[in-house]
Design a protein around this ligand. Structure first.
Ligand code: BGC
Length: 428
């Protein structure tokens, strides 16, 4: 099976970035969040100036052996005031997409990667159906500008992470902690996905529409302890499988123990996905009841002795085959839309890449068919609540001069990419 009916590339091998994390100078809801002191370290500011340097970044991706480039469109740049579109910003993205095509990089466009225009939460919040109309209008404008060249679309990046962080945990904008609001925001977000999918298909009938779904490994802290096993299974149902159920059936019903129940239906959602994107980074070990949290504690642990990443995450490639086989239950072609490691010294990245590549290859022998891989990230970038601390880049960035420097593991990325792209196409 090929991702696009007319695509000459059996497999995609690329890098991923997101607008706010690299472009710089993009006032939006997240900028206000930083100003209110809710993030660590320096505010995003100029980020790594990709808005002015995108063409150079694309050239780096090409040099590193990519044949695809995942990026996102900033809603706040494109529609800084409600209903007023910045044509120059749309044109800037169009030129970038043309450059990607010229370089032989398949553009993979994301429409929502966490941030919103400043007017959004006050005027058309996700808890209101008005959010669907404005998102659809934004998606249509972007599709008009980019669809002729862009065939692979990720409408939402990590919708569940956004709902959990923004509407239950209150850690990211809009900073709400209410189960009922989380439920209605999820309905509207998924409805917005459906509307955007239709709008894109109208303009690009052979588009492949996807979502980037964050999936994690969940393990009982004590394998012999029933409650630890129980909470790990519930975490997998909720976090990994809930959204897959929504996209395959149009309905969902999952419980956030002990009391929050997400239940909903979006008519037609099940016909809107051509590709399932998976963002995979790590796994958590769960203990129930928790000592720090009432129901359960969860933490990263260095089980294999590989060491923890700079931001304390476990390196767990062995979890990836079962994640991919869970994802394969959707019946959709799979693309790894993000996978990467915070490793400023590049101590672990080489092994990380090789081990995850081996995991993808072994999963592909079974039911899961992986048609693409995007490494997070091309560049060191702005890491949301952690500021510029964690370094995820294949290329480091000197933020004084904004120069980009390859880390040694770029070579590993390139050679694995050659093997991946030239392998036999994954059969349907
Ligand atoms: C997000 C990225 C983020 C990465 C590493 C992913 O879940 O989509 O924006 O940079 O995790 O923290």
């Amino acid at each position: 099976m090929r991702l696009f009916p007319f695509c000459d590339r059996p497999r995609l091998w690329g890098v991923a970035v997101s607008h706010y994390q690299v472009e710089g100078n993009d006032p939006c809801d997240w900028t206000d969040w930083e100003a209110s002191g809710r993030t660590k370290g320096e505010p995003c500011g100029e980020a790594v100036e990709s808005w002015a340097r995108y063409e150079g970044d694309a050239a780096l991706a090409r040099q590193a052996g990519s044949n695809a480039f995942r990026f996102s469109v900033s809603w706040s740049r494109v529609e800084p005031r409600r209903g007023e579109f910045d044509l120059a910003a749309l044109e800037r993205y169009r030129r970038f997409v043309e450059e990607l095509v010229r370089l032989g990089l398949e553009p993979a466009v994301t429409l929502f990667h966490y941030t919103h225009p400043r007017w959004f939460h006050a005027e058309t919040p996700w808890t209101s159906p008005r959010s669907v109309d404005v998102f659809k209008r934004f998606a249509s404008r972007v599709a008009e500008a980019l669809a002729p060249h862009a065939r692979l679309w990720t409408i939402l990046n990590e919708p569940l992470v956004f709902i959990l962080g923004g509407f239950l945990d209150g850690q990211i904008p809009p900073g709400i902690s209410r189960g009922d609001e989380a439920g209605s925001a999820l309905v509207n977000l998924l409805t917005a996905h459906r509307e955007a999918a239709w709008a894109i298909r109208e303009r690009q009938p052979s588009a492949a529409i996807g979502v980037a779904h964050n999936m994690m490994g969940f393990r009982p802290e004590r394998a012999g302890w029933f409650l630890d096993r129980w909470i790990s299974a519930r975490a997998r149902d909720l976090y990994n499988m809930g959204l897959i159920e929504a996209f395959t059936t149009g309905r969902w019903s999952f419980t956030l123990p002990p009391l929050t129940r997400f239940r909903g239906r979006v008519e037609g959602l099940e016909n809107t996905l051509d590709v399932l994107g998976i963002n995979y980074y790590s796994r958590l070990h769960l203990q129930c009841p928790g000592r720090e949290r009432l129901l359960s504690d969860f933490r990263y642990r260095d089980v294999s002795g590989r060491g923890l990443t700079d931001n304390g995450w476990e390196i767990a490639p062995e979890e990836l085959p079962s994640i991919l086989s869970d994802a394969a239950q959707s019946g959709k072609p799979l693309v790894v839309t993000e996978n990467g490691i915070a490793d400023s010294q590049d101590k672990f990245r080489d092994a990380f890449l090789r081990d995850h590549f081996a995991a993808i290859s072994s999963a592909s022998i079974g039911r899961a068919r992986v048609h693409g891989y995007f490494h997070w990230s091309l560049l060191d970038n702005y890491e949301w609540l952690d500021g510029f601390g964690p370094k995820f880049g294949l290329f480091s960035v000197d933020r004084m001069t904004m120069e980009r420097h390859p880390r040694p593991s770029v070579e590993t990325f390139r050679s694995l990419g050659e093997a991946f792209v030239s392998a036999e196409p994954a059969p349907a």
